[in-house]
Design a protein around this ligand. Structure first.
Ligand code: PLP
Length: 465
């Protein structure tokens, strides 16, 4: 038997099955708090490299205890940041993917077809229209990939000759995700050349006229506009930029329009929010994180690319260790920033294949309803108020009299519900984001109850006169 083969595969697999089932059952309902990391566990996790191994079943059980003492996003009352749900079929897909361990870097047969089909399915789901694209490890990398292609379009040959003193700029909402700034830093555009366009009105969308004026002013100053990054669901409040108007601004000026829909774009598939995304089919590229609102486990992001040749123009190369003919189907390494790549698309392919698009759409619609439900409960509560009106499934709210930063810390320490802290218009608030198919109406109601209870405990409301 090979040195690294498991001694008893069947026993290890049976243990995994038992542990998976127990964790899924545990995720079905909220639990009362967060188990502490025991002294014994902490001691184990500080031990040096083991020279000899232990039984696989014992090791899997230990790993399961470590995970149970971690902040797990699939729990129905995990509402912080933009979580993920660890969709069960996605978990099984990840296991199957890892077992086969296909490298989607060079031509990989059936795996390439799965990735292309998933890209087409996501485009169809959100209404992006005909396109190509690739999967990446997350929204940050998908945005960087798109903006690398946009830079090559704006300054042809930049990948080889560098920027040669040229000044470039990017345009995005003042509330865009930091990954846009990071891309500007990595691409030599510079974070100081990211034009943060103010958001306007209750919709908190970037002002298209201000965006157009910023592009025109830069052009007049000899600065090359690389792209407008519209956000379709800001991380903070879920605001959706006016894609149609921005597409008009970009088309009139020959500027690339990228849509960062890492969080919010799946809502384009719904009846109640779909209209907010009008104009998406005019964008050059778009990011959708499947590990956010398409429910699959991390990490899987989809980059939709109107003209797939733009990726090829940006990333294609010939190396002695991967010679390929020009006429050949492009390898993934000729279209992405990465080399070794797992078949991340498999879990999403399985999710659509097992549940169908209708169920996925309904689950997203359910999360939008949860946000409206929470907003209503906050509005009706004498001590709570909304920081702004929710657009998608993120709800920012605050206690009228409590220190809200301390309240966030108390809620996180209590851990019956897990909320994030945030700043809206400079003021502290609590933020709940619904992207989990396991969350129920009772979990939404518990959120308000727990926040009100902890605020009252910290500083009881004075009795009415
Ligand atoms: C709008 C937006 N863009 C990009 C990202 C980054 O995505 P990732 O964490 O997958 O890199 C996020 C993460 O929350 C996001 O909300």
């Amino acid at each position: 038997m090979s040195l690294l083969a498991l001694e008893d595969r069947e026993a290890a697999l049976a243990a995994l099955e038992r542990l998976l089932l127990a964790s899924w059952r545990g995720f079905d309902r909220a639990r009362d708090g967060q188990p502490p990391i025991s002294g014994e566990l902490r001691e184990r996790l500080e031990r040096p490299l083991p020279e000899r191994g232990i039984d696989a079943v014992a090791a899997l059980e230990l790993a399961d205890r470590v995970l149970d003492a971690s902040i797990e996003q699939p729990r129905p009352r995990y509402l912080a940041y933009v979580g993920s749900s660890g969709l069960e079929i996605g978990v099984l897909g990840d296991a199957l993917m890892a077992a086969h361990d296909v490298n989607v870097a060079v031509s990989a047969g059936g795996a390439d077809l799965v990735e292309r089909q998933v890209v087409r399915w996501v485009a169809e789901l959100v209404g992006f229209g005909p396109c190509g694209g690739v999967t990446t490890s997350g929204g940050t990398l998908a945005n960087l990939t798109a903006l690398t292609a946009a830079r090559e379009r704006a300054v042809p040959g930049a990948r080889r000759r560098g920027l040669a003193g040229r000044r470039l700029a990017l345009y995005c909402s003042a509330e865009a995700h930091y990954s846009v700034v990071r891309a500007a830093e990595v691409l030599g555009i510079g974070s100081e050349h990211v034009r943060a366009i103010p958001v306007a009105g209750a919709r908190r969308a970037m002002d298209p006229q201000a965006c157009a004026a910023a592009i025109d002013a830069d052009r007049a100053a000899g600065i090359v506009p690389v792209a407008v990054v519209a956000t379709a669901g800001t991380t903070l409040t879920g605001a959706v930029d006016r894609l149609d108007a921005l597409a008009g601004v970009c088309a009139a000026r020959g500027v690339w329009l990228h849509v960062d829909g890492a969080y919010g774009l799946p809502a384009a598939a719904t009846e109640t929010a779909g209209a907010l995304f009008a104009g998406l089919d005019r964008a050059d590229s778009a990011t959708v994180d499947a590990h956010k609102w398409l429910f699959v486990p991390k990490a899987c992001s989809i980059l939709l690319m109107r003209d797939p040749a733009a990726l090829h123009a940006t990333f294609s190369h010939q190396e002695a260790y991967i010679p390929h003919m020009e006429a050949e189907e492009p390898h993934a390494v000729d279209q992405t920033l990465e080399y070794s790549r797992p078949l991340r698309a498999l879990k999403l392919w399985l999710a659509f294949t097992v549940h169908g698009a209708a169920a996925v759409r309904a689950a997203i619609e359910g999360n939008l309803r949860h946000a409206r439900l929470l907003a209503g409960l906050v509005r009706d509560h004498p001590d709570l108020e909304l920081a702004c009106e929710p657009v998608l499934s993120a709800v920012c709210f605050r206690h009228r009299t409590a220190d809200n930063a301390r309240l966030v810390a108390a809620v996180q320490a209590d851990a019956r519900v897990y909320l994030a802290g945030a700043h809206v218009d400079g003021a502290d608030c609590l933020r709940a984001c619904f992207v989990n198919f396991r969350t129920t109406d009772a979990d939404v109601a518990a959120t308000v109850d727990v926040v009100a209870e902890l605020a009252a405990r910290a500083a009881p409301r004075p009795p009415a006169p």
